[in-house]
Design a protein around this ligand. Structure first.
Ligand code: ATP
Ligand code: BTN
Length: 257
């Protein structure tokens, strides 16, 4: 067992990712899980904040795979799968994935993943995989149609312990697959609410409109722009996408239920 080898259960913290990173720098072994009841400065991608009131699930896992910075995208994208599976297993709620790091239910964001790496030479010394889920809490200051919680979807409190247990089990097998180079990419495609859709992608200061064609094995999203250019979106920290309509392309298997 790697993931969950040691679990630090904390009350209010700044950010579980920040705590896990400082423990990683001090030489903590891989598998540590930092779990908090709330965060005062929870972080999302691109310097954005992650609203983290009590009732949500906020955890970070310290891992030491042999990886380069370029592999962080793959970790971000594919780690969404075990989290979606855990939510389905524990709560019976069907979860879709919005590239690169969002967990969605009925078009609303229920959670997100933030993977950060700390380098040591050409390789990463360690990575921190942070997961935030709106379980029995609603984010503060986020407009209602954009976000939801498991509690709101279920119409009752979700079982946090069952969710955490499923999450750790799923992440354990996920990490084993990562290390063995045995990731099942089809599971991602099956759950994607991005592939096959018309999208608008903001990459730094540029905006591209087009269709999301497929997911490359390294986690990059390949799109065809309206001008006919085929582009690879892989700068996870500078890329933001939104779907512009629900059109689907032929030949891409998407979940329809
Ligand atoms: P995209 O992924 O399309 O670029 P995003 O808005 O999902 O856009 P992220 O960086 O993935 O961007 O997530 C951070 C954003 O999520 C914040 O800017 C805020 O709008 C929103 N957010 C913050 N806290 C929560 C929360 N607890 N639940 C849902 N959404 C949140
Ligand atoms: C996003 O959608 O941008 C990712 C949000 C990730 C939030 C989690 S909560 C636990 C961990 N600690 C943080 O500060 N961020 C991640």
């Amino acid at each position: 067992m790697v993931v969950g080898r040691r679990v630090l259960r904390l009350g209010e913290v700044t950010s579980t990712n920040e705590l896990a990173k400082s423990l990683g720098r001090e030489g903590e072994e891989e598998g540590l899980v930092v779990l908090a009841k709330s965060q005062t400065t929870g972080k999302g991608r691109m310097g954005r904040g992650w609203s983290s009131p009590e009732g949500g699930l906020y955890l970070s896992i310290l891992l030491r795979p042999r990886m380069r910075s370029a592999d962080l995208l793959k970790m971000t994208v594919f780690s969404c799968v075990p989290v979606a599976q855990a939510i389905e297993e524990a709560c019976g709620i069907d979860v879709q994935l919005k590239w690169p790091n969002d967990l969605m239910v009925q078009g609303k964001k229920v959670g997100g993943i933030l993977v950060e790496g700390v380098s040591k030479g050409a390789y990463l010394d360690f990575i921190v995989l942070g997961i935030g889920l709106n379980v029995n809490s609603m984010p503060e200051g986020i407009r209602e149609p954009e976000a939801t919680s498991l509690k709101a979807l279920l119409g009752r409190e979700a079982d946090m312990d069952a969710l955490l247990e499923s999450l750790l089990l799923r992440l354990r097998s996920f990490y084993k697959e990562v290390k063995e180079g045995d990731l099942n990419e089809d599971e991602y495609v099956h759950r994607s609410c991005t592939l096959g859709r018309c999208i608008e992608a903001r990459v730094g200061k540029e905006t591209f409109r087009g269709k999301a064609l497929y997911l490359a094995p390294d986690g990059a999203l390949v799109i065809r722009s309206d001008e006919g250019l085929v582009l690879r979106l892989s700068w996870v920290n500078e890329t933001s996408i939104r779907t512009t309509n629900s059109e689907e392309l032929d030949g891409i298997t998407l979940r329809k239920d």
